[in-house]
Design a protein around this ligand. Structure first.
Ligand code: KE4
Length: 431
């Protein structure tokens, strides 16, 4: 039956809160009607009205190969025929763990779970269990999933503990969470001075895709590593979004190139390693991971953890992205996009800055790259929203919020990028 996005949205809102199963999909930041997607192919998604969009969300990161890559479809179809879920160990879980370990120095063991939230929550519990400490630091603008201890906004003073960002999170659950400004060395040193020996860990998005695209500066990341080491706090890299996306070795490999000898202690992965199926992971040294059940005292479990269909999808995806030249080609397309956006904006006299790493990008209607969340939130949101809709009307699907990152896939061709840039040129002129 032919129907419209609006009709589906009205029907959805009767039976699903906000009509969506994840808030950002409701377009509330940008206004308008969410597109109900019926199918996807390569770099494109198609909505209920049959309209085609060039997709720069890619399911918020997982679809790095584009939609429906034949090798991934084949692997999933074959896995399905063998069974959907066993609740028992399988060889493919070993293969995926081995593949992740081979790509991320410092990870000797991983535990597979079903979402980034679960991975981040478990990594925090592991750091707390392994150190015997409760307090930890996160940064404003970084998102690590919706587990209670992580739904926190900055307290009043820099070294004061956080307040819940969500109803239903008791204050005493977040009283151990310290929220600091990103890229602020002074705030970091003050927090370690005040609480250093009580800190289980510092959790960070090394390239923060949840405030669009903000890199941790080299001095900041260097100081962060030093302070964690000096006080016995674990450095937890949340690479759910950046992992296997900004580079084959994730943001970790970017900082290892920039900071000699740099290494994080605990890693959180998701998105790309599931290839679009529910799969995430967390990992660390064997010594740290030994704390986890059934070996150690830190409990963690999951019915569908390491699901045989999801691991087939993830393995097939990783196999493609490890092919020679994959990231060079992906990074070139992404750079073509962001450089083209900057040039089109400049020609239209619109202030716009952008950045990208590998297949992840961000842009701001602003005159310089923001270094923290407070600055990101001062960028021109009204102009972003108008640009978002001008592009959507021209068949380009960008993230519906100025604090979200964008993603290019290996299926995006130079022709797709150029078509996007032509749409952007028209959109900037209309701004
Ligand atoms: P999930 O539980 O949504 O699989 O992962 C949580 C998560 C953890 N860590 C980082 C760095 C993340 O980016 C995410 C999830 N990212 C959002 C996009 N901003 C997913 C989109 C959504 O919430 O619908």
């Amino acid at each position: 039956m032919s129907t419209t996005n609006q009709a589906l949205f009205e029907r959805a809102q009767r039976v699903i809160p906000g009509g969506v199963n994840s808030p950002v999909r409701a377009f509330r930041a940008v206004g308008g009607t969410p597109r109900f997607i019926t199918r996807a192919e390569g770099p494109y998604i198609f909505d209920a009205e049959g309209k085609r969009y060039t997709d720069y969300i890619g399911s918020w990161g997982p679809m790095i190969l584009g939609h429906g890559h034949p090798a991934v479809v084949d692997a999933v179809q074959r896995a399905l025929l063998d069974g959907f879920s066993f609740g028992a160990p399988t060889e493919r879980e070993i293969e995926l763990a081995e593949a992740i370990i081979a790509l991320v120095p410092g990870v000797e063991q991983v535990r597979l779970v079903s979402s980034g939230t679960e991975a981040g929550m478990s990594a925090l519990r592991l750091a707390r269990g392994a150190t015997g400490r409760s307090k930890f630091i996160k940064f404003e603008g970084c998102y690590h999933g919706h587990a209670d201890p992580l739904l926190v906004k900055a307290g009043s003073g820099l070294a004061t503990f956080g307040f819940p960002t969500s109803a239903g999170v008791p204050e005493d659950v977040v009283k151990h969470t310290l929220v600091l400004p990103y890229n602020d060395i002074a705030a970091l040193e003050a927090a370690f001075d005040a609480h250093g020996k009580e800190l289980a860990c510092v959790m960070i998005e090394p390239i923060a895709g949840n405030m669009n695209f903000v890199r941790a500066s080299v001095p900041f990341m260097t100081r962060l590593r030093e302070l964690c080491t000096a006080h016995g706090a674990m450095l937890v890299f949340d690479e759910v979004m950046s992992g296997f996306r900004v580079a084959l070795g994730g943001a970790h490999s970017v900082y290892q190139r920039l900071i000699p000898g740099f290494k994080a202690d605990v890693f959180v992965f998701g998105k790309v390693i599931g290839g679009g199926m529910p799969l995430a992971a967390f990992g660390a040294s064997r010594e740290v991971m030994r704390q986890l059940a059934p070996l150690g005292p830190v409990y963690q479990a999951g019915t569908l953890s390491g699901n045989p269909v999801a691991t087939a999808c993830g393995l097939a995806t990783l196999k493609e992205i490890t092919k020679p030249g994959f990231f060079e080609a992906l990074a070139a397309q992404t750079r073509r996009l962001v450089e083209g956006l900057e040039s089109a904006a400049r020609d239209a006299g619109v202030p716009l800055v952008s950045d990208s790493e590998g297949g992840m990008f961000g842009f701001f209607f602003f005159n310089q790259l923001p270094q923290n969340y407070a600055t990101v939130m001062t960028t021109d949101s009204a102009r972003f929203n108008r640009f978002f809709h001008a592009m959507l009307d021209r068949g380009v699907y960008l993230a519906p919020a100025l604090y979200e990152a964008g993603f290019v896939s290996a299926a995006h061709t130079p022709t797709d990028i150029d078509a996007t840039l032509a749409a952007a040129r028209e959109a900037f002129a209309a701004l």
